[in-house]
Structure formats: C-alpha cells, structure tokens
Design a protein around this ligand. Structure first.
Ligand SMILES: *[C@@H]1O[C@H](CO)[C@@H](O)[C@H](O)[C@H]1NC(C)=O
Ligand SMILES: *[C@@H]1O[C@H](CO)[C@@H](O)[C@H](O)[C@H]1NC(C)=O
Ligand SMILES: *[C@@H]1O[C@H](CO)[C@@H](O)[C@H](O)[C@H]1NC(C)=O
Ligand SMILES: *[C@@H]1O[C@H](CO)[C@@H](O)[C@H](O)[C@H]1NC(C)=O
Length: 477
C-alpha cells in the first residue's frame, strides 16, 4: 500500500505541501474522519509541555483542543466532542488532531502549536466535500439538482457523479422517478487526491410499483392484487383507481369484484378475475407537498388476463387442442405445458410434457382427465401459470368434479331410477291385468258389457237433460 492508499482508508485524507506559506492541506468527505497532521519530524520536542489546536475564524483563533503545562485537557463545549488529539501518540512525536464525522462547517484553517524545549507551529487547511440535493424533500415528478459543495471553495476541483456506483452525466433531475432513488456519489478530485461524498435519495411518492411498465398476470377465476404502495411521510388527501384500454386513455368501468384496500397501502384486489378485465389500471394519489400545496402522483400497470382455451373438432373422443391464451402476450418468450398430479397429503407433482403455446391431444382418454398447467416465461423467468381441468366424457370417475356437480349427478340419477321404476311398475300392472284376463276370459266380456251399458245410459241421460233445458215445459218431471 502506498501512502495515498493508507490515507484514503484513514478517512480519505491526504496531506501535501501547500503554497509558499507552508500550509498543509487535508481533503475529506463529509461524515468521514479527518486527521490534521502535526508531527515533529525532527523530534526536537522530546517532552512537550503544552499542545494547542485552534481554528482560524476570521482573524480570531478559537481553541479546538488544548493540553496545558499542568496536564489538563480543554475542549470546547460540544456534545459529543468530535475533535481529539490522542495522547498515546505523543510518544511518537505525533500531535495530529482527529475530527470524527466531519461536517462541511469544519472546513477551514487550523493551527497546531507544540511547546517543549523548542516551539513548533503548523497551519493546516481542511477542505470538506459534501453531496446533497437542491430540495429538502424530493417528490416524484418534480425537479431537483445535484450539488457537490467543497468548503472552503476552490476552483481546482474536478467533479464526477455516480448513481448507485455507476458514472452518470446527469447533474439535474428534471422529473424525478423512483428509479433515481439510491446513492448519489460526488467524486471530487483535487491536486490528485480523490474523495467521494455520498448522499442517498429517497423519492416521495409511490414506492411500488417503481414505474409505469409493470404488468400483472392473472388467470380467469383467480384473485389478483394490484399493488400501489405510497412512501412514508406524506399526507395523502385522496387515492383513486381507474381503468382504461391499453391503447387509449378513455375510461372503462372497474370490474365487479374490484376492491380498494383500507389502510396506508392503496393496493387494490380483483377478487375474481373475468375474461375482459384486462387493461390499464391507474392508481393516483393527491399528496401534501412541501410548501407548495398538493402534488398528484400516479402509477399505471397493465393487467393481463390468462386462460386456457379448449377446442375440439367434434364431440366425443376426437383430438383436443388446449391453447394458453393471454390478453396481451407481447412480453412472453416461451410457454410450457405440464401435467399436474396429486399424491398423498395433496402433494403436487408437475411433469413437463411440451414446450409450446398449444398442446394437442390426439385422443382424449380417461388418463387425460384432471389438471393441466400452462406456464409462460419471459427470458427464462417464469411469469405465471394457468391451469385447466380436463373433463373426459364417459369417464366414470371424475376426481375434480365439485360437490355441486356431485349433487346434480345424484339428483339426476335418482330421477332416472324413479322413471325406470314407474315404467317397470306400469308394465307389471299391465302384465297382471293380462294374466287375470287369461284366467277368466268371460269376465272381460262382462266387464266390457257393464262398462258399455253404463256409458250408453250416461249419454242418453245427458241428451234428456239437454232436452229438458231446451223445452220451456217441464216434460220430463
Ligand atoms: C447505498 O449505500 C448504502 C451504504 O453504503 C448501502 O447499504 C446501500 O445498499 C446502497 N444502496 C444502493 C441502492 O446501492
Ligand atoms: C401489450 O403490452 C405492451 C407492453 O408490454 C404494450 O406496449 C402494448 O400496447 C400492449 N398491446 C395491447 C394490444 O394491449
Ligand atoms: C402425510 O402427512 C403425515 C402427517 O402430516 C405424515 O406422517 C406422512 O408421512 C405424510 N405422507 C407423505 C407421503 O408425505
Ligand atoms: C402458479 O401461480 C400461482 C400464482 O398465480 C403460484 O402461487 C403458484 O406457485 C404457481 N405454481 C407453479 C407450480 O408454478
């Protein structure tokens, strides 16, 4: 390790000879430890009697740290004291001042005086670098500028900026987004010394989703959450959701099962996604800004509805094609079909069958009954899945039929049995009657005759009644 490196580790400080007045300079980042050197190279002062550290404020010298002849230490009243001159170092003829958590206000000229057999005086300049933003509170959509201050100022500083470790040419953020959040580092180079001061940017607004490019995938019939989480520390006036087609800004009604959640999160839920619910969902909030009234922030996300479409050429056991259908498949790079089986304890087993968008089954048999899954990918990453229940005609056992279906089946079968029973009962009765007639052939004639006689009499009676009604004279009394 060379000298530069050691000193960089020790609080990014480097000492070098200054101008004609033998000033030494120390260059550090705000927040680091600054070591102001005061070393007796000649060891002329073997036993110091007093050490004085003071700071030049205008024309006045103000004590920063002092050790008198009596051995008493003095420090300015400051809580906690950040400046210290470690006495154990005195044995090595080192009277350097250590300032912890240096602030930009610490920048300036310092004087070190050591008294002993001889007297030593050194003047040291401390230069501090600080990174900051032009606004105290940064709300997304607003403007902020990056600031890199060096105190005391000097024109011989070169400045470069890094965002989360990557060099950037931006020094002004005209419309701040959540992507701008993170660490901003000002890399300052002065007289060959490189110092990095970092500040972190928290962007007020909607923390999740980060931007307007998010896509939410949901299968028909499933429940889905549309995230919208605001950052802390902002007073929200109102939160609202709206829906529009993907390609325009016109308004569409929200789905029937759309529910906004209560509490600090503005996330919403569609409890039962239906075909047609796809589109652009926008969550917006009116927030209380800093000294400037209300600020509106909003986030758009796309809901893509997924489902399996079944097409079969004819009824029965012909070929069946299952298609993995997404309302917008522009992000999908590949598909995969899997067979889902369930073992004991409801353990799910997935078996990959084909890596295509559609899956064709030549002849559907009982073994194909049950669950199928289509997985969709974007560049090797799984984006989601959608399942399909295959019901096979004529399959005696349908594992996945719901209890409702079972009830209907039981009722249907019961009705069928009732009808069959009634038919059989009627047939039995007819059979019994025929048998009786066979036993007593004469009875049929008698029964018949009696019946015809009764009918005949009834008919003539009716005729007479008609006549009575038609005739004004009561002939038939
Ligand atoms: C920012 O810096 C802090 C402290 O060095 C670190 O913990 C954090 O991970 C950094 N954040 C990013 C986004 O790089
Ligand atoms: C599909 O999504 C992409 C972004 O993923 C979007 O640009 C495009 O407009 C969408 N298309 C339709 C028809 O919704
Ligand atoms: C099923 O669960 C029970 C208890 O929960 C456990 O003892 C048993 O080993 C499990 N069986 C299988 C096949 O995982
Ligand atoms: C299928 O998707 C759901 C969420 O939609 C997820 O919880 C589940 O783990 C996924 N299953 C598989 C096997 O990928």
């Amino acid at each position: 390790m060379n000298k530069t490196h050691v000193l960089m580790v020790l609080g990014l400080a480097l000492v070098f000879e200054g101008g004609q007045c033998q000033d030494r300079e120390v260059f550090v980042a705000q927040g680091s430890v600054a070591v102001l050197p005061c070393v007796d190279e000649t060891s002329a002062i073997s036993h110091p009697t007093a050490v004085y550290w003071s700071r030049m404020v205008g024309d006045v010298l103000k004590t920063v740290w002092r050790r008198d002849k009596s051995g008493l230490e003095f420090r300015p009243v400051r809580n906690p004291p950040r400046a210290n001159c470690p006495i154990p170092n005195f044995g090595k003829a080192d009277y350097s001042l250590h300032i912890t958590e240096t602030t930009i206000e610490d920048g300036g000229r310092y004087v070190c005086e050591v008294e002993g057999k001889t007297r030593m005086v050194k003047v040291i300049s401390l230069r501090v670098v600080r990174a900051s933003f032009s606004s105290a509170m940064v709300v997304e959509g607003t403007r902020t500028d990056l600031k890199c201050d060096v105190s005391p100022r000097t024109q011989f500083v070169t400045i470069n900026w890094k965002h989360n470790g990557m060099f950037t040419s931006r020094t002004s953020l005209s419309s701040v987004s959540q992507r701008d959040a993170g660490n901003w580092t000002c890399q300052a180079t002065y007289n060959g010394v490189v110092v990095e001061a970092t500040t972190s940017l928290q962007v007020k607004g909607i923390a999740t989703p980060q931007d307007d490019s998010s896509v939410v995938y949901a299968a028909v019939g499933s429940s889905v959450s549309l995230p919208c989480v605001f950052t802390d520390g902002l007073i929200l006036y109102t939160v609202a959701w709206k829906r529009s087609p993907t390609t325009s800004d016109s308004s569409l009604p929200l789905p029937a099962s759309f529910k906004e959640s209560d509490g600090p999160s503005a996330s919403a839920t569609i409890q039962r996604v239906q075909d047609g619910d796809e589109g652009m969902y926008t969550c917006s909030g009116m927030m209380k800004g800093l000294n400037r009234g209300r600020i509106k922030v909003q986030r758009r996300m796309e809901l893509v509805v997924t489902q399996v479409l079944r097409s079969s050429s004819s009824s029965g056991n012909g070929p069946v094609t299952l298609t993995c259908h997404l309302s917008n498949s522009s992000q999908i790079t590949s598909y995969e079909w899997l067979r889902v089986t369930y073992g004991p304890n409801n353990t799910q087993t997935l078996t990959s069958v084909q890596k295509t968008k559609t899956y064709r089954i030549q002849e559907v048999t009982e073994k194909d009954a049950g669950e199928w899954m289509c997985r969709y990918y974007r560049n090797q990453g799984v984006l989601g899945n959608v399942t399909y229940q295959m019901h096979v005609m004529g399959a005696v056992k349908s594992e996945n039929s719901s209890s409702g279906n079972k009830t209907a089946m039981v009722m249907g079968l019961g009705f069928l049995f009732l009808v069959v029973f009634l038919i059989l009962f009627q047939m039995y009765r007819n059979y019994r009657r025929k048998k009786m007639i066979h036993l007593y052939p004469a009875m049929e004639t008698i029964v018949h005759q009696a019946a015809t006689e009764r009918e005949r009499r009834a008919r003539s009676g009716a005729k007479m009644a008609e006549a009575c009604v038609g005739d004004p004279k009561p002939v038939c009394v």
